[in-house]
Design a protein around this ligand. Structure first.
Ligand code: FES
Length: 321
């Protein structure tokens, strides 16, 4: 993955504990375009890399800037806290080209966008993209309070259905997803980005209403601890189809770490199963998926895996490397 040095041209607060950064090329050059749902990876000077959704959809055309929002995570694992404390206008950051594992299905007549907290960022881009294309969209936006809800005043007009839920206005109750979904046409595609519990509630409610897995799309902004904890994992081996080389993955070791130890270079950024950089094609063997990127249908297809977190279900995998 190629990174380019971009400059922070603007920083502003967009909600309690959320800042927005505008990133531009130091020479004013246009940046590669992207569609809603895309993210860029920021490689920070403290050695940490993080993925942030792009807010300003460019309809695939070259764009003068990338706009991202960073919520101060509590507790922070070193990414958001560092950005909030250190990133100011004129600072240069290493930024990847846009990557999109969460794009809108162009043929979808109806989409329901479900945002929890800072999960609004890719969905805001989707709302704007659907609006610009003259296509229908619905939004459910939930958060702790209005003060914590970024871009509440920047939602485009024209939602077929706009549901807002703020816990502090509802006696601390979280939204009821079965109720929120009740008027959704069966043919709609659902796009959800938010906390793990919210995504699970959406998945269960949509599935119970008969929405197929292929119409449910999720993006996580944080890795689950189960994904990155390899301490109790069993060993397995990886055969590299192009060289025939066999790499042993030790107990408690990630496949990515084992490959790197064997001098097999696989590009990686987050190492937490959320950015998609380390995706490898799998030619044989059953995969235990732990990433937050692939859809249920993609996981069931057993054709590709994120080697930073995912493993073999059995004793062996054959990768197209
Ligand atoms: S390095 Fe980000 S998903 Fe593996």
């Amino acid at each position: 993955m190629d990174f380019t040095e971009l400059v922070v041209s603007h920083r502003r607060s967009v909600a309690s504990h959320v800042i927005e950064l505008t990133l531009t090329h130091p020479s004013g050059d246009l940046l590669p375009g992207f569609f809603a749902g895309a993210h860029v990876n920021l490689r920070l000077p403290n050695g940490i890399a993080r993925a942030y959704s792009l807010i300003n959809p460019s309809q695939g055309l070259p764009t003068p800037c990338y706009v991202v929002a960073v919520a101060h995570a509590a507790p922070s694992r070193g990414g958001s806290a560092w950005i909030h404390a250190n990133v100011e206008p004129a600072q240069q950051l290493m930024v990847s080209e846009p990557v999109n594992h969460f794009g809108l299905e162009p043929s979808a007549a109806e989409v329901w966008l479900v945002a929890g907290g800072i999960g609004i960022t890719p969905l805001l881009a989707m709302a704007h993209e659907r609006q610009q294309q003259g296509k229908a969209w619905r939004l459910h936006y939930a958060g702790q309070s209005r003060a914590h809800a970024a871009y509440l005043d920047a939602l485009p007009n024209g939602a077929t259905d706009l549901q807002l839920h703020f816990d502090d206005e509802q006696g601390g109750n979280v939204p009821n997803m079965a109720q929120a979904l009740r008027n959704l046409p069966p043919s709609a595609h659902v796009y959800c980005c938010g906390p793990a519990a919210m995504m699970q509630a959406v998945r269960e409610a949509a599935t119970a209403m008969g929405h197929p897995a292929s119409a449910l799309h999720f993006e996580s902004f944080a890795a689950s601890t189960d994904a990155t904890d390899h301490s109790t994992d069993e060993p397995f081996e990886i055969e590299l189809s192009r060289s025939g080389k066999v790499v042993q993955v030790a107990p408690g070791q990630s496949a990515l770490d084992a490959l790197e130890e064997a001098d097999v270079i696989v590009p990686s950024v987050c190492r937490e199963g959320v950015c998609g950089t380390c995706e490898c094609d799998v030619l044989d063997g059953d995969i235990e998926h732990r990433d937050s990127i692939l859809s249920d249908a993609e996981k069931a297809a057993n054709q590709t895996m994120m080697v930073c977190v995912s493993r073999a279900k059995g004793a062996r995998l054959v990768l197209d490397l």
